[in-house]
Structure formats: C-alpha cells, structure tokens
Design a protein around this ligand. Sequence first.
Ligand SMILES: [Zn+2]
Length: 285
Amino acid sequence: MYKQIRLVTIGILYTINVIGCNSIPIKHNLIDRGTYMVETSHLSQSIDERIRFLFLHYTAEDFHASLKTLTNQHVSAHYLVPANPSKNNGKYVVWQLVPEHQRAWHAGASSWRGRTNLNDTSIGIEIENKGYIESILGRMWLPYNIKQTNLVIALSKDIVQRYAILPQNVVGHMDIAPHRKLDPGPLFPWKQLAEQGIGAWPDQKTVDKYLAMRSKDQPTDLFTLQNKLASYGYDIIPNGINNTASHNVIAAFQMHFRPANFRGLPDAETEAIVDALLEKYGSIP
Ligand SMILES: [Zn+2]
C-alpha cells in the first residue's frame, strides 16, 4: 500500500515537472532573413575566433601600382597602408580592400606554427614600400617612415586586440614563406611594434642568459638550432644539413629578430634569441 502511494506521488510530481518545464516561457530572439527565420536565443559557449594570425607585407610597388595589383589581380590583402597617408578629420587613412570576415589572398603557400591554408585564419596588411634596390654597393633596403609606421601600429593594435591574436602569431610573409618571400624585410620595425603590444620580441636579459658568455657570432650546432626554430613555428626540417632551405629559414628569422646580421649562418646569438622567445612564448603545441 505504502509503495503504491509512493509510486503515485512520484507520478504526480513527474507530471507537474513536465508541465512545469513546458510552461517555462522561452524568450525568443528571432531574426527575419526574408525567406526564413533564425532563432538566436541560445548561443553556444564553444566558440573562438576564426582569425588567429596577423601577417605583414611590403608591396614592392608604389601606391597606385599596389592598389591596382591588390584590387585587380589574383592577390589581395585586407588593408593597404600608404607611405604617405592622407588625413581626414585629423586622422591618417588606411585603405581597406577586403572586409575582415572574408578571405584575402595574401599568404600563398605558407606555414606557421604547424598550420597551413593561412588565408583562412589571418588578416593581411600590405605596407607600401618598394623593398630594396640593387646598387653597386649591393642590395639597399628601403626604410619605413614614422608616419606610416605609426599608422601600421594603430591598425595592427586594433586588429590584435579585437581578435586576441597572440604575439607569436603576428609575423611577416618572410616568416611564413621563407623560401619565396623577403617581405616586410629587415628594416621593418618589429621591436617598435612589440613595444606597443603587437607581436613577439625577446627580453635582452634572457638572450644574454642563453648566450652564456659565448661570442655572438660563434658557430652553433645547426641541428639544435633547426630544432628550436621548428619548435617556435618555422617550417624547417631538423636534419643538420646546411642547405638552401635551412639557410632561408635562419635568414628569415634573423631578418625579423636580429636585422643587423641576417646572413643565415647558425650562430650563438641567433640560438640565444630563439631560446629567449621559446621561454617567453612557448613552443608549438
Ligand atoms: Zn607578402
């Protein structure tokens, strides 16, 4: 008898519960898309940003040629920063060529921190700069002016903050495609950007610690250096062989983090800089 009453009670409670559940009013948030409706009242917590990388380039052309190339041909970038930007309402103007939610075709065949197809997950900024000229004194790299640099900083800072892009994921075309590209070249002010919270830069004290009394240009073990560059994110196969592929990656790294000497030789300072970056930002997962 007692059991029967209990079962009945549970049944009633269950019914009340079901009725109760059904009676909770759902707060709808409907969007009309013309031919159908979309319910958006329950958005998932399992989300992150599609954009994970910011890649910087130089155009290797003047402004008008760059604008033409980047809007008419089979390449594009989200933004173009002129060498001599105009002002509007007291602010310098950058050119947006591709909306941020769409893919721009700027990375090409490339790899960074174990990922490829980088156009899918990146924003690309092209900076007007002709790169270099060949002269009787050798290759002369062309500098970036202060006005343009400040505009690149303002734009990059905004993008990095909006998408929470990690410092180690802000790099140059040369870093992600070291066998094909040299841009934005050794005169690009990476350190100045890092001081503004954009991109990675090693702490000098940590570099000195890893240099450990060695002279900066002392040769270091190539296999070890290749391994460390691969751990940081460069597309390099550690094999201890000093071939063109290895040279290109070491030179790209040096152009970014030690522009005073980017001959591509495996030296102690280069290794100490990679060590300091790995300590600060970690290796690829
Ligand atoms: Zn490029």
